[in-house]
Ligand binder design. Structure first.
Ligand code: DX5
Ligand code: ZN
Length: 212
């Protein structure tokens, strides 16, 4: 299980300083983009992503929690995203957005909220490079892991193995050294926010996750 470090619950005045101990040790950087419409919180936009790109060589896993992802794909491509994941529940045509992301040679991902059934996105699975299962209600870091998400990643793995699909299975929300044990055999990577960014000893917590 690889680790995608979420840049959300951090001190924005000194993002680099607060994360520099682990920036090179994680596998991906997860950028949580929120518009205050799709979720009740506002985070940051493409300029912020661009500035983080200057201090990290890791692949960028951009998570768009925005109502109209179709209007912003190009900007997040230019900002340096390697993966762009949008929400199935957003106000857009999912297949069009997948195609647009791929037209820039960027990997395309789809995410579903805890209340959305996996069945609803099954038809897109052959075209996806990533599926992101939300294990908390999107909008805020530091929430508790929702156990129902375990079944979803299990099923995604079964479908992937059975059909030889290419997508990476990713999970987002409430991951720590306890909850990671419940999903590590099914996912390719996991998003980790506060368990790392709020830790006294970030390296130690990262080591604990890597051992799982
Ligand atoms: C929630 C975000 C997550 C979040 C993860 O809407 O998508 O990426 O920041 O943070 P933790 O690990 O604290 O749940
Ligand atoms: Zn996220």
């Amino acid at each position: 299980m690889k680790i995608s470090l979420s840049i959300l619950n951090v001190n924005y005045a000194c993002v680099y300083d607060s994360l520099k101990d682990i920036l090179d040790e994680v596998d991906y950087i997860h950028l949580d983009v929120m518009d205050g419409e799709f979720v009740p919180n506002i985070s940051f936009g493409p300029d912020f992503v661009k500035s983080i790109k200057k201090v990290s060589t890791k692949p960028f896993d951009t998570h768009l929690m925005i109502k109209h992802p179709q209007n912003y794909i190009e900007q997040f491509v230019k900002a340096g995203s390697d993966y762009i994941t949008f929400h199935y529940e957003a106000d857009c045509n999912s297949m069009d957005v997948i195609n647009e992301i791929k037209s820039y040679n960027v990997k395309a991902g789809i995410s579903i909220k805890p209340s959305t059934k996996l069945d609803e996105i099954k038809k897109y699975l052959p075209y996806l490079d990533m599926v992101l299962i939300m294990s908390v209600e999107p909008g805020f870091g530091g929430q508790g892991f929702m156990e129902e998400s375990i079944e979803k990643v299990k099923e995604l793995k079964r479908l992937k193995d059975e059909n030889n699909y290419n997508y990476l299975i990713n999970i987002d929300g409430g991951i720590n050294d306890e909850t990671a044990k419940k999903i590590s055999e099914y996912v390719d990577l996991a998003v980790v926010g506060s368990y790392l960014s709020k830790a006294q000893n970030k390296k130690e917590n990262l080591e604990k996750l890597k051992r799982i």
